[in-house]
Each structure stands twice: as structure tokens, then as C-alpha cells.
Write a protein that binds this ligand. Structure first.
Ligand code: C5P
Length: 257
């Protein structure tokens, strides 16, 4: 279930860097403007849970983007482990050097819809159970439909729709999909279904390997709840300024609605 404060589109910065020190530098530069940080396979493989705990200790939200895809039992256990990343925070110190005793949930976690219905159902059940067990708000599980770097044009909309439908039926909270499919997903699955949109590029920015890109304005207008931005912020000369410009564009799109 999506609460009211989540109806506004929010910016997520993808911390696609190689080391904890680089990630910490970015978080520190961005934390006045940005509330949600994405930890993906590049960074998590490099430094593991410490970066998740650091983000939580700054009172910020974590999107753990490890795109789980395995047998149902393994994915369910991986989801349980992901939720546990927000527990036992006594080894993390806050700004006053006090241990953070409270458990804190992760906001979002990804898995591949390609893993199938049984895998997603196991994952959805594990997420509910583990959040209850450690007493945190349930992590939103979102399924990858078709990667935004995928340019196949023939049946992409049908494929996204099919996979989103399976995700919903299996108990996931939403999907990751490009801005080009967001409006269709919103009208098909309603306001409570979470849409996370990567492949966001401010006007004139370098597209990189992304194929199905959109401006922040268009993604908001298409109904995305969360806009994931990596390189346009992380590689910018002034990351905080780049983030502020994108936040302005999000705000403008919201006002125009
Ligand atoms: O640098 P850029 O803005 O393209 O980064 C997009 C981020 O979103 C990357 O971390 C990428 O792994 C992630 N992502 C994606 N497409 C998906 C799911 C996640 O680009 N379907």
C-alpha cells in the first residue's frame, strides 16, 4: 500500500561508484537535497552492508537494487537478508556518536519478474514476514520488467504489461519500468501500484547506454512515483547542483498537473 506522502514523485540517486569512500562523499554532498539513495550491484559487491547502514544512519532511505533472480527459496531468503540489513543497527553511530539501536526498514528492493510467479510470491511473503519479525515498515518489492537499456521495439509494451500484471498477481508492490510505459501501467494497475523509472535524462544530457530515456518532467507526467538518476548527478562536476536542477524539474511537472 502506498501512503499519501509517496504520491509525489521522488528523486532517487543511484550511487553507481566503486568504493564506500566515493559513495560517502556523494551522500554527504547530496543529503541536504536527496532523501533516497540506490545501492546497486556495483557498489554492494564492492563494499557490502556498510554503505546501506551508513545511508540509514543519516536518516535517509535505501533502494537496494540487486535484481534478485534465482529459485524461489533463495530469493525469499535474499529478501529476508535484505530486510535484516536494517536491523541490529547498534554497530552504526549517528552524528552524535551514539549507537543507532532502532531497526529501520529499507524502502525498496528489486527482483526480476522473469523469475516467475512462484519466485515473486515467495519473495512477497518473505518481505511481509520479516518486516513483522523485526518490526519495520515493509520494504516495497518492485519487479524489473524490461531493462531501460533494452531497445527492442516490437512488443515492448505488451511484454512490460504482461510482466507487470504477473508482478501484481504475485503480490509485488510495483515495477521498474521506463517512462514510456509508466502511463500505461498507471492506468492499468491503479494509483497504489508503485512505478520506479530509471533512464532519466535532463534535456540535452548524455544518454550513455540507456535507450528508452525521458526527461524528469515527462516521467512525472507519465505517473512515475520514483525517478532514478545515476550518471547525470554522480558524474556531474557539481552533483548537488545537478540534483537541485532535477528536483526543480520534478516540482515544475507536479505543479503543471
Ligand atoms: O546512470 P543512469 O541514470 O543510467 O543509472 C540508472 C540506474 O538505474 C542504474 O543504477 C541502473 O542499474 C538502474 N536501472 C536501470 N534500469 C532498470 C533498473 C535499474 O537502468 N530497469
Amino acid at each position: 500500500m502506498v501512503n499519501e506522502t509517496m504520491k509525489k514523485s521522488k528523486l532517487i540517486v543511484a550511487l553507481d561508484v566503486d568504493t564506500f569512500e566515493q559513495a560517502r562523499g556523494l551522500i554527504d554532498q547530496l543529503k541536504n537535497d536527496v532523501d533516497i539513495f540506490k545501492v546497486g550491484s556495483q557498489l554492494f559487491t564492492a563494499c557490502g552492508p556498510v554503505v546501506v547502514r551508513y545511508i540509514l544512519a543519516q536518516q535517509k532511505e535505501v533502494f537496494l537494487d540487486l535484481k534478485f533472480h534465482d529459485i524461489p527459496n533463495t530469493v525469499a531468503n535474499a529478501v529476508t537478508s535484505a530486510i535484516n540489513l536494517g536491523s541490529k543497527m547498534h554497530d552504526v553511530l549517528d552524528d552524535n556518536q551514539q549507537p543507532l539501536e532502532a531497526n529501520k526498514g529499507l524502502l525498496l528492493c528489486t527482483l526480476h519478474t522473469l523469475g516467475g510467479q512462484e519466485m515473486m510470491e515467495y519473495a512477497a511473503r518473505a518481505a511481509v514476514k520479516q518486516a513483522q519479525t523485526i518490526g519495520v515498515t515493509k520494504t516495497l518489492l518492485v519487479g524489473i520488467t524490461v531493462l531501460t537499456s533494452d531497445a527492442k521495439t516490437d512488443n515492448i509494451r505488451d511484454l512490460v504489461l504482461q510482466r507487470a500484471s504477473l508482478a501484481k498477481k504475485s503480490g509485488l508492490d510495483g515495477v521498474v519500468a521506463s517512462s514510456q510505459e509508466a502511463a500505461m501501467i498507471r492506468s492499468e494497475f491503479g494509483d497504489d501500484f508503485v512505478i520506479v523509472t530509471p533512464g532519466i535524462r535532463p534535456q540535452g544530457a548524455d544518454v550513455g547506454d540507456q535507450k528508452r530515456v525521458a526527461t524528469p518532467f515527462d516521467a512525472v507526467r507519465a505517473g512515475s512515483d520514483f525517478l532514478v538518476v545515476g550518471r547525470p548527478i554522480v558524474k556531474a562536476e557539481h552533483p548537488a547542483q545537478a540534483a537541485q536542477q532535477i528536483l526543480q524539474q520534478i516540482e515544475q511537472a507536479q505543479q503543471a498537473q
